[in-house]
Ligand binder design. Structure first.
Ligand code: ASP
Length: 426
């Protein structure tokens, strides 16, 4: 049997082919039989986007409820829970702020003083959107807490209102975690299998990524030629620089000053897991390695790892949180929309929630951007703009996600009085 080609190579090949065919076809050429290649590209790309949207609601329901409910009962759990969540939230917020700072500084969505949207084939005009913002900005900030509480969780799920849905699932998971053992196990079994089934189904959709990426990139290049790539390169550099600052400066500083631990030693211990994260682009797939390295390499107790890491693989995603923020602001810039302070705060909070809701699978973060676009009133079409470069950025952000989980585990373990942590050479 011929060896299977890895997905990232398939996507890379699909992108190259898409660029080539897009440039060759343009928007006007017609194949024998009267079919325009441009329409085929459009069909493939938008069908793929529909498939991604199809999985989002059940996937995040399963991901959040099973992740939180799986924690179980036990001694000192409340304290462990508190510390772990403090780490998750603090590091994710710090990551988002680095992203926010860089995307405002570099402005990847503006090239030569012009929003890049029109060059990338966006259809909704910035002025139309700006009008919408004028009305929504302050109201969004005030109303965000209220809008997080769904008066009807089933309706929220049916309508795809992500924020209230995530909020409800988190509460529901916490409620299950506190049930008597027998009832908790019964609930947990159901939600874990729902999640497993959705992961499988999502895996099928992800298999189609090369085709979807081909369609979207070919459509973009057909519509705008090489003009499409300069702005995407600037965007890619912005995301990568922000990820690097978070992984190489912020988290090491926290390790050193909060945990009193050596970042270099931690990096040596974690290297195999980090490389696995880079190549699989999935926090969940990397979890067995992360557990092994933190437990056997860094010598953290099973009590801490079994709590911090599985939950972290689903809810603690610093790289993804940062990415959500940069991507949403890039799309706003590309549309020529100035986001005011209120709207930027909405972006920060929704980026945090989106990263919590994202499953630990390839490109989950891409799916979640729709939440932020929805919250600030940008059209979903904007996702198509960044899809082409997403697999590459996914590698970096998944690595950062795992890095933050593992740093959290050693810091929490140390604060629980575990003196063996990173005490010996790896
Ligand atoms: N691939 C990421 C992960 O598994 C999630 C994302 O797409 O941002 O951690």
């Amino acid at each position: 049997m011929p060896r299977k080609i890895d997905l990232h190579w398939q996507i890379l090949a699909a992108l190259a082919l898409g660029v080539g065919l897009g440039l060759w076809a343009g928007t006007e050429s017609v194949l024998p039989g009267g079919v325009r290649p441009f329409d085929i590209f459009d069909f493939l790309g938008s069908t793929f986007l529909r498939a991604l949207k199809m999985v989002i609601v059940p996937l995040i329901i399963g991901s959040i409820i099973s992740g939180i409910a799986g924690v179980g009962a036990g001694r000192g759990l409340g304290r462990l829970f508190g510390k772990t969540f403090a780490w998750y939230i603090t590091t994710s917020l710090l990551a988002i702020l680095v992203g926010l700072f860089l995307v405002n500084l570099i402005q990847p969505g503006i090239v030569r003083q012009e929003p890049v949207g029109p060059r990338l084939g966006l259809t909704v005009s910035g002025t139309e959107l700006q009008e919408q913002f004028g009305q929504r900005d302050s109201g969004d900030l005030v109303g965000i807490v209220q809008r997080m509480i769904p008066p009807n969780p089933v309706a929220a799920a049916a309508d795809g209102q992500m924020l209230p849905l995530i909020f409800f699932c988190m509460l529901f998971g916490i409620a299950i975690a506190g049930l008597p053992e027998e009832k908790r196990i019964a609930q947990l079994g159901f939600w874990e299998s729902l999640f497993a089934a959705m992961m499988r189904l999502t895996g099928w959709v992800i298999k189609a990524t090369p085709i979807g990426a081909f369609g979207l990139i070919a459509k973009v290049t057909a519509a705008s030629g090489f003009a499409a790539f300069a702005p995407l390169a600037k965007y890619g550099i912005t995301v990568t620089a922000a990820l690097a600052i978070h992984a190489l400066i912020t988290l090491p500083l926290l390790l050193r000053f909060v945990g009193g631990l050596s970042p270099v030693r931690q990096a040596q211990v974690m290297a195999p897991a980090l490389m696995t994260a880079f190549s699989t682009r999935s926090s969940s797939a990397t979890l067995p390695l992360t557990l092994d390295r933190v437990e056997n390499g860094a010598k953290v107790s099973n009590r801490v790892t079994s709590f911090v890491l599985p939950l972290g693989a689903t809810v603690n995603m610093d790289g993804t949180a940062l990415y959500e923020c940069v991507a949403a602001l890039f799309i706003a810039q590309a549309y020529g929309v100035e986001l005011g302070l209120g709207a930027q705060v909405v972006v920060v909070l929704t980026a945090l929630l989106a990263s919590i809701g994202a499953a630990g699978i390839p490109s989950a973060g891409l799916v979640m951007i729709s939440i932020i676009l929805d919250a600030v009133g940008l059209p979903l079409e904007g996702v198509g703009l960044i899809l082409a470069i997403d697999p590459i950025l996914d590698m970096g952000r998944t690595m950062v996600n795992i890095w933050s989980d593992s740093c959290g585990a050693v810091v929490v373990a140390r604060s629980e009085g575990e003196t063996e942590v990173l005490a010996r050479d790896p």
